[in-house]
Design a protein around this ligand. Structure first.
Ligand code: PDD
Length: 280
């Protein structure tokens, strides 16, 4: 790869993209991030991602690294300089660079880095077959509503899933599914979508938000409530959502085939209407 990466005001080849070892993101995971999809060279659902960034920053009492106009220009400039037609822009803000101390250093300036990643979002072959999921204990902290770069628990959960031949881990807490290691979790019973309500226990997905709107527009019912892995095993359909997977059918959970092992009609319809909007 020879990407152009944004580092604190400059666009540099990736080999030259460097940050300080004193960056608090590196030392404490003291930072937040966003992943925004790009389809046909255009940002998808950009405003909700920026709203969530604003909220994450406020919750951590961290300053914006630049204003929203500059942030948007930077995203679009990365797309242009990298000729990105389809994939994601990863953007990370950290509290900045200072001598190592736990409490917030005074007068610190936030750091901003961002880079593109080419991905097949629309024509993702997994969407045709569906993916496997395994459950794993949710060992994360209790501020999962903040899109923090502190991702060791999801890293371990995803690796466990991969080791077991699955594409995602559904995390379980007090007997109920919270969410995927990097996605929101849904089951379908009849023609109704069931997903966990927003709280500090899950991330408020931007794809989730778009899906709620689209489901309402298309008359698909949504019930926000907790569900157990056992309820999921017996569900008609299951799926996950994220900026990099969009709407992804799940055809197996912990070895239990879901909906006969094929992506079902509700998830296929949701993916189709989501893609239609993303490509428009
Ligand atoms: N992850 N829940 C968790 C824990 C996530 O990490 C993500 C996204 C989501 C879905 O949010 P959205 O629809 O806004 O992408 C839910 C991103 C894609 C990542 O870390 O790569």
């Amino acid at each position: 790869m020879n990407r152009i990466v944004y580092v604190n005001g400059e666009y540099v080849p990736e080999a030259e993209a460097k940050v300080s070892v004193f960056d608090r993101g590196f030392l404490f995971a003291d930072g937040v991030y966003e992943v925004t999809p790009v389809v046909n060279g255009k940002l998808v659902d950009y405003d909700p991602h920026m709203e969530r960034l604003d909220r994450s920053l406020k919750e951590l009492k961290m300053a914006w690294p630049c204003n929203i106009v500059a942030m948007t220009a930077m995203h679009n400039e990365l797309i242009k300089r990298n000729n990105l037609t389809e994939g994601i822009i990863y953007m990370q803000v950290t509290r900045g660079v200072a001598d190592r101390q736990f409490n917030f250093p005074k007068d610190i300036i936030s750091s901003l880095v961002a880079f593109p990643q080419v991905m097949k979002l629309v024509d993702n072959p997994n969407a045709r077959t569906g993916v496997k999921v395994v459950t794993t204990p949710d060992i994360r902290w209790l501020r999962r509503d903040i899109k923090s770069i502190m991702l060791l628990a999801p890293v371990l959960g995803k690796e466990e899933a991969y080791q077991k031949g699955a594409a995602e881990g559904w995390m379980v807490e007090d007997g109920f599914v919270t969410e995927g290691t990097s996605s929101n979790a849904y089951i379908v019973i009849g023609d109704k979508i069931i997903t966990r309500p927003l709280s500090n226990r899950i991330l408020a997905g931007c794809t989730r938000r778009a899906l709620f709107r689209l489901a309402k527009e298309h008359g698909v019912g949504i019930e926000e409530r907790l569900f157990t892995p056992e309820e999921a095993y017996a569900a008609d359909e299951a799926f996950l959502s994220s900026a990099s997977q969009f709407v992804m059918p799940i055809t197996e959970i912990d070895g239990h085939r879901i909906g006969g092992g094929q992506p079902g009609p509700v998830v296929r319809k949701l993916r189709e209407i989501f893609l239609e909007e993303a490509q428009s």
